[in-house]
Design a binder for this molecule. Structure first.
Ligand code: ZN
Length: 487
């Protein structure tokens, strides 16, 4: 009476190099505990410290995942084949596409990379892999800035960057790749200058086109690793889906105020972003960094973590953040780690894929039934008023109209119009009694987005005459009062 346990490549060193080992029949749990007693080095690869089978070690009886049989209690009968299929155990899944053979390092490169070359984990082999590899950074903002600089410094042979923004003074609080000398230039131009100044030996390719469902697969296909440093949900889902469809690792980072997240989504070895967040949050529920703010050094921490993960994947060393969500809280100065599971029902990386192509991500992220945008879709489109017209109305004494500023009190403190009443958007429900049903309600915020949502809400609450101030106080500062500070 015996069964066979098939050992995957990364675990073979712990069982004397064997492809398979024989064992006595029993339950899955019993068989595996005998296995790790025989091969103690295998213990930590298969089980957690609490003795539970690791989340990303899947065990198959024949071709069935035992989770869908009786779990650890599943009987393994005589003659059966048990396969261990780990996603993360046994070290980094090295990128198959990166080769070392075709490149060499010049004397200048050997000098430049000497601190890498003297580490056995990198060495000539790793440095050549870096030179021979490519990474695409989606976004040259807060996360992309430090990532681009360190990846350039590390000697990643080809770095692509996508961005279509222009360097603005308000970027410089965190986007350290840009500076006063590149104000008004495109972020791509600015980033490329800085990267080539750090390391003229690399190739920097820039893409001004916005990432879309039409170009994502073509652009991503050229790169070994994709690093997602975007600030919006449609692009996050687009990056994820394109990476899953192409089998590329997606090095993820996100930031908000004092908190950051990082992970590596690589569907072939672990969960994807959709496994973690099957649906986007309703529009307007999660404020953007432009709306909610971000501590300037935070993207530095998270962007550098992303760069670290990229380098590890490229050289094939270490334990990547696959199946793990790293949470960073700058205020508490704490890192936490959550285990991520691959969702078997995930539409794009699950067992029964229902999504085999890229979709309309704006619609996917904007069509939530919870969001105020749903009101908009239900025909509650809101009229707008320009700042020039608002200026005229104010000069005329604002007869029969109320100007409502729906920003936060700390934004009001930076700058506001004297004629406006402060009613932060999320407090609006408690202010409804103060508003006249007959008055015209003119709603403003910083740029016109939040006030648009607030205006839809007011119409839903039965106010008939609601207008959104197009462009918000930023438009006012631009067109009416250039002396006014902007933020
Ligand atoms: Zn998934």
């Amino acid at each position: 009476m015996s069964i066979t346990i098939r050992i995957p490549t990364p675990l073979r060193p712990y069982v004397g190099g064997n492809k398979q080992v024989s064992a006595e029949p029993g339950t899955v749990e019993g068989v595996l505990s005998v296995l790790v007693t025989t091969y103690p080095d295998l213990q930590r690869h298969l089980f957690t410290e609490q003795g539970k089978l690791r989340s990303f070690v899947n065990v198959y009886l024949g071709d069935e995942d035992v989770r869908y049989l009786q779990g650890p209690a599943t009987p393994v009968p005589d003659g059966a084949m048990l396969s261990i299929v780990p996603s993360v155990a046994g070290g980094a899944p090295a990128l198959q596409t990166v080769k070392t053979g075709e490149v060499s390092l010049s004397n200048a490169e050997i000098r430049r990379y000497s601190r890498h070359l003297i580490m056995p984990e990198v060495g000539m082999r790793g440095q050549k892999r870096l030179k021979n590899s490519s990474v695409l950074l989606v976004g040259a903002g807060g996360l992309g800035s430090p990532a681009a600089m360190y990846l350039a410094a590390a000697g990643v042979g080809r770095i692509g960057i996508m961005d279509f923004d222009v360097v603005d003074e308000s970027n410089l609080q965190r986007q350290i790749i840009h500076g006063m000398s590149t104000l008004g230039k495109t972020k791509l131009e600015s980033a490329k200058l800085r990267m080539l100044d750090i390391n003229p030996g690399i190739q920097v390719d820039t893409y001004t086109e916005p990432l879309t469902s039409e170009n994502a697969l073509r652009l991503f296909a050229e790169y070994d690793v994709i690093a997602d440093g975007t600030d919006n949900f449609p692009t996050r889902y687009l990056v994820n889906d394109a990476c899953v469809l192409l089998g590329k690792p997606n090095v993820y980072g996100s930031i908000f105020r004092f908190e950051g997240q990082a992970s590596v989504f690589w569907a072939e070895h672990g969960p994807c972003y959709r496994c973690l967040y099957p649906e986007p949050p309703p529009p307007g529920l999660v404020p953007s960094c432009a709306e909610g703010g971000v501590l300037g050094v935070l993207p530095g921490v998270i962007g550098v973590i992303q760069a670290t993960e990229v380098v590890k994947l490229l050289i094939g060393e270490g334990e990547p953040l696959i199946g793990r969500l790293l949470l960073y809280d700058a205020l508490d100065m704490k890192f936490r780690e959550l285990k991520l599971r691959k969702d078997p029902t995930c539409p794009i990386c699950g067992e029964h894929r229902t999504l085999d192509h890229l979709i309309d991500y704006e619609a996917f992220c904007g069509s939530s039934i919870h969001g105020v945008a749903a009101g908009d879709a239900n025909g509650l489109a809101v009229d707008e008023i320009t700042v020039r017209d608002l200026d005229q109305r104010l000069k005329d004494g604002l007869n029969g109209a109320t100007l409502i500023d729906v920003r936060e009190p700390h934004e009001w403190e930076i700058v506001h119009l004297d004629a406006a009443k402060l009613m932060p958007r999320l407090d609006l429900p408690s202010h409804l009694g103060e508003l006249s049903q007959t008055d015209e309600l003119l709603v403003m915020c910083r740029s016109g987005v939040r006030s648009g949502q607030a205006a839809v809400f007011l119409k839903q609450m039965g106010f008939k005459r609601v207008k959104n101030v197009r462009g918000g106080i930023l438009a006012w500062a631009r067109e009416i009062d250039p002396e006014m500070p902007t933020y």
